[in-house]
Design a protein around this ligand. Structure first.
Ligand SMILES: NC(=O)c1ccc[n+]([C@@H]2O[C@H](COP(=O)([O-])OP(=O)(O)OC[C@H]3O[C@@H](n4cnc5c(N)ncnc54)[C@H](OP(=O)(O)O)[C@@H]3O)[C@@H](O)[C@H]2O)c1
Length: 236
């Protein structure tokens, strides 16, 4: 069975990825900042021998390097960058919270790039060679121009960090093409999690079922694209 590595696997979409890939029999490296307090994830891991639980903070160089050393060359078929933060404070001009903005860039942009650098050879050593980043429709410039600021909120920190993630992963897709490594960006939809809130449209089960279907397609076909959980390509 292939191996999937999931960041932020202790709650929200990450936890649902673990549930579904575990049920499908995949080998899972499930990572969390604080695995000792990840109650539900520990419960799943205790029921499934194919789930291993590891500590990882993608915003911390040392944590990423220690983690990569621990993996010791283990092949990773699908590297799933799921972790993310959504700063809520200082979202209007005149009140911008630069500290929150830096955190968003550190976690939502540098985190996935830093982890990709550290685990590139693990992905290259696998059969599937696939890297996926969970982005958002809020990253879309066309969405802003089409007037969605009112709906989605200004959210400077979150939106710019994810737009930059899309740019970085588009470049990565090109850079890694000669090594047959596929890189895709995914919009999970608006989902009921701590981040999405209780009014969101989708359950984690619906979103992740769709994303798994997208990822199960030919990795080469989807590389460099920004695709929704529903399989529809999103505008940049
Ligand atoms: N929910 C939505 O409607 C929605 C819509 C579009 C995109 N997304 C994206 O989908 C992904 C998952 O979102 P979610 O809704 O599941 O959010 P969530 O419920 O807030 O969970 C976020 C996860 O990211 C982890 N995380 C945060 N900073 C981290 C770091 N430095 N290192 C490692 N892990 C870190 C959190 O760990 P802790 O528990 O330790 O904080 C948690 O596991 C995110 O990238 C988000 O931007 C979500």
């Amino acid at each position: 069975m292939p191996t999937v590595l999931i960041t932020g696997a202790n709650r929200g979409l990450g936890l649902e990825f673990v549930r579904q890939y575990a049920a499908a029999g995949w080998d899972i490296v499930a990572t969390a900042r604080q695995p000792e307090s990840a109650r539900e994830l520990r419960h799943i891991a205790s029921d499934h021998s194919n789930v291993s639980l590891r500590e990882l903070n993608i915003a911390n160089d040392e944590s990423v390097q220690d983690f990569a050393d621990e993996l010791d060359g283990k092949p990773i078929d699908v590297l799933l960058h799921n972790s993310g933060i959504y700063p809520r404070e200082g979202q209007t001009i005149g009140q911008i919270d630069y500290h929150g903005w830096q955190n968003a860039i550190e976690t939502n942009l540098f985190g996935p790039i830093r982890l990709t650098e550290a685990l590139l050879e693990n992905v290259a050593a696998s059969e599937r060679k696939q890297i996926a980043a969970i982005s958002t429709s809020m990253a879309s410039l066309r969405g802003v121009q089409g007037g969605s600021v009112g709906m989605a909120g200004t959210s400077y920190q979150y939106r710019t960090s994810k737009t930059a993630l899309n740019m970085a992963f588009s470049i990565l897709a090109k850079e890694l093409e000669p090594r047959a490594i596929s890189v895709v960006m995914i919009d999970p939809g608006w989902v009921k999690t701590d981040m999405g809130g209780s009014h969101a449209q989708l359950t984690p089960e619906q979103s992740i079922t769709g994303i798994r279907q997208v990822l199960a397609g030919d990795p080469k076909e989807i590389s460099g694209k920004f695709i929704g959980y529903d399989g529809v390509v999103r505008p940049w």
